[in-house]
Write a protein of this length. Structure first.
Ligand code: CUA
Length: 345
């Protein structure tokens, strides 16, 4: 018995030391990260002794009260022990309540509204993220760029299914729910490049649903906003001028690149058919249905399940691209795809 107690105490000390020594998380890049990591350490420190106690009692019982070989008699009748039961209900109740209160306090702190915060809209869509900045004159981007020390309130929406918006370095995570706008606050505190990760299984392309986050200085952020605005104006004024660039933009920013490989757009995903020989396919398939290559590609975007190619299944590609994209965008996209693929010229 004494030996068991000594072993348990040692196991507890070693267990706590290991759990605190392990570097569980990526770098801390938001003001909330420190509080959350501290909460984690407290939870680990509280859990290890309980785990060791339960395991010690279990192992001790198995070793000491084991039936001797050949002993077929009944065990001693047990009627419970009121004192023991009060102890093992009260202590865990107090521990869990204290930890719950502590968790609540931390959550309340990190969710508190910050002075001078700015809104960033996040839109999830199979299988890409889009961001727009209503406070910066509706700047749109497929890369998340944030200014260091500037509090942000994310308004997170989805255009299709459940996704989850996660930036591990910010210790921030929230579900995107169809029909709802979820909100989450964060203050980036470390300059660097991180990743937005989708952490809710949302379809075949789930694992590819990752995008860049860049935390930069306020000055660099302002420069970036200026560039984005200029680029958007440029797009509006040269509409029709630089068709290829616009087609590539639609391809990479509106979700196509998450599933289809295309050398010109440097995408390499294998979830949907590769599009490097789309021109040949469109000519062949189009002929069969009495369509021009462009008509075939357009129909395949609008109704993907009707134009399945070998090795690919129905129901994988979203069927609402005709609604998501404007007719002009689809037109540009089709022209772009045919112009950069084998046999499309
Ligand atoms: Cu979106 Cu997983």
């Amino acid at each position: 018995m004494l030996g068991m107690v000594v072993v348990s105490v040692l196991a507890t000390i070693v267990g706590i030391a290991i759990s605190l020594a392990i570097d569980w998380f990526p770098p801390q890049a938001s003001t909330a990260a420190d509080d959350i990591d501290q909460l984690w350490d407290v939870l680990m420190t509280a859990s290890v002794p309980i785990f060791v106690l339960v395991m010690s009692v279990a192992i001790y019982s198995v070793l000491v009260f084991r039936a001797k070989p050949g002993d077929l008699s009944d065990g001693a009748p047990i009627h419970g022990n009121t004192k023991l039961e009060i102890v093992w209900v009260t202590i865990p109740f107090i521990m869990v309540s204290v930890l719950a209160a502590y968790g609540w306090i931390v959550l309340d702190q990190i969710e508190e509204k910050q002075a001078g915060d700015t809104v960033v809209n996040v839109t999830a869509q199979q299988f890409a993220w889009r961001f727009d900045y209503p406070d910066e004159g509706k700047v749109k981007s497929n890369q998340l760029v944030l200014a260091k020390d500037r509090p942000v309130e994310f308004h997170v929406r989805t255009e299709d299914v459940l996704h989850a918006f996660w930036v591990p370095e910010f210790r921030l995570k929230t579900d995107t729910v169809p029909g709802l706008t979820t909100r989450i606050r964060v203050t980036p505190s470390r300059i660097g490049e991180y990743e937005v990760v989708c952490t809710e299984l949302c379809g075949l392309g789930h694992s590819t649903m990752r995008q860049n986050v860049r935390v930069v200085s306020q000055q660099e952020f302002d420069t970036w906003v200026g560039e984005q605005k200029k680029e958007e104006q440029g797009q509006a004024s040269t509409a029709g001028g630089d068709q290829a660039a616009e087609g590539k933009r639609v391809f990479t920013e509106d979700g196509c690149a998450s599933c289809h490989s295309l050398a010109d757009a440097e995408s390499a995903s294998g979830i949907g058919p590769g599009l490097d020989d789309l021109g040949d396919t469109a000519r062949r398939m189009g002929k069969r249905h009495g369509q021009s290559p462009a008509q075939y590609v357009r129909a395949a975007i609008a109704n993907p399940d009707a134009s399945l190619t070998r090795d690919f299944n129905a129901g994988v590609m979203p069927t609402d691209f005709e609604k998501r994209l404007s007719p002009a965008e689809i037109d540009t996209l089709v022209k772009y795809l045919l112009s950069v693929s084998e046999g499309g010229k």
